[in-house]
Design a protein around this ligand. Structure first.
Ligand code: AP5
Length: 265
């Protein structure tokens, strides 16, 4: 929910369709973003989706859309019982069971054919999910360009997650010190009230970091073995990290893309 592009098909699944289709591009970008919770994947996704035509496919955003009163802007939609159960795991900072996540992704396979390309953010998160994704990609004849893994010392990751504030209306992301809104507690973009995500409370952040180390970090080895992994330092301001990401991706894409403007502080 951090991009402004229509993602109805991804957020709702089933027969839902996006009205605002991206332009067809010569070389769609298809990547996975990896990194600890709060490292800044969503922030980089925002920059990447404005520099490329790709769509941000975040599994966390599907769960947050299900739990928000307007369901990500789609009022006539009721979350399934499996989805309601998934929200409990998310609130505690635990991973939603693989079966539920894979059910959601399987229902949205058409999004992997998005003509602008895609950026998987928060999926896969376990080796079982990565193996299932490999099968889906093989069946759909889709090739990944790269898996970008963002690295940052744990204490800085925790500081980013605990200072995050999100707009209750448009879901724009701010930070108490690193990305402050012009008026405290109010979204610059739409005037909505900023709130702290339930899973950004200190005790839940700790559970999420432990879960990442145990279940998701093994994917670094998994994708290194496939020759897909690119490790990027997530130190510094978002624009600098984005520039590093573009440099690292360039040889794989043989594309030249001008960096997007630095997000407003
Ligand atoms: P998800 O939504 O995927 O959350 P996450 O991986 O925990 O990632 P975050 O959104 O917390 O952080 P981010 O890395 O995107 O950081 P951001 O850019 O916002 O998942 C949530 C939950 O859903 C999971 O815990 C799980 O329960 C469930 N779930 C989802 N997918 C699942 C799956 N596949 N399997 C099982 N369960 C699943 O940045 C963070 C803050 O830092 C912001 O305030 C930002 O402004 C600031 N910031 C960003 N970059 C910088 C910078 N360079 N300098 C200073 N501040 C910065």
């Amino acid at each position: 929910m951090k991009t402004t592009r229509d993602r109805t098909a991804w957020l709702l699944g089933g027969d839902a369709a996006c009205t605002d289709q991206p332009l067809e591009v010569e070389r769609p970008l298809r990547i996975i973003l990896l990194g600890a919770p709060g490292v800044g994947k969503g922030t980089q996704a925002e920059l990447l989706t404005s520099g490329f035509a790709c769509c941000q496919l975040s599994t966390g955003d599907i769960f947050r859309a299900a739990s928000s009163p307007d369901h990500g802007g789609c009022e006539n939609w009721e979350p399934s019982p499996a989805m309601k159960a998934a929200l409990g795991y998310m609130r505690r900072g635990e991973l939603v069971p693989d079966e539920t996540v894979l059910g959601l992704v399987t229902e949205r396979v058409s999004c992997l054919h998005c003509r602008g390309g895609f950026l998987l953010d928060g999926f896969p998160r376990t080796v079982a999910q990565a193996e299932a994704l490999d099968l889906i990609l093989e069946r759909e004849k889709i090739k990944l360009d790269a898996v970008v893994s963002y690295d940052l010392p744990i204490e800085e990751v925790v500081a980013r997650a605990s200072g995050r504030r999100t707009c209750s209306k448009c879901k724009a992301v701010y930070h108490l010190t690193a990305r402050r809104p012009a008026k405290e507690g109010i979204c610059d973009r739409c005037g909505g009230v900023l709130y702290q995500r339930e899973d950004d409370k200190p005790e839940t952040i700790r559970v999420r970091q432990e879960t990442y180390a145990r279940s998701t970090a093994p994917l670094i080895d998994y994708y290194t073995k496939q020759g897909l992994l690119i490790s990027i330092s997530a130190e510094g301001v978002p624009g600098a990290i984005f520039a590093r990401t573009l440099d690292a991706l360039a040889p794989r894409l043989s594309l030249r893309v001008e960096p997007a403007a630095e997000p407003k502080k």
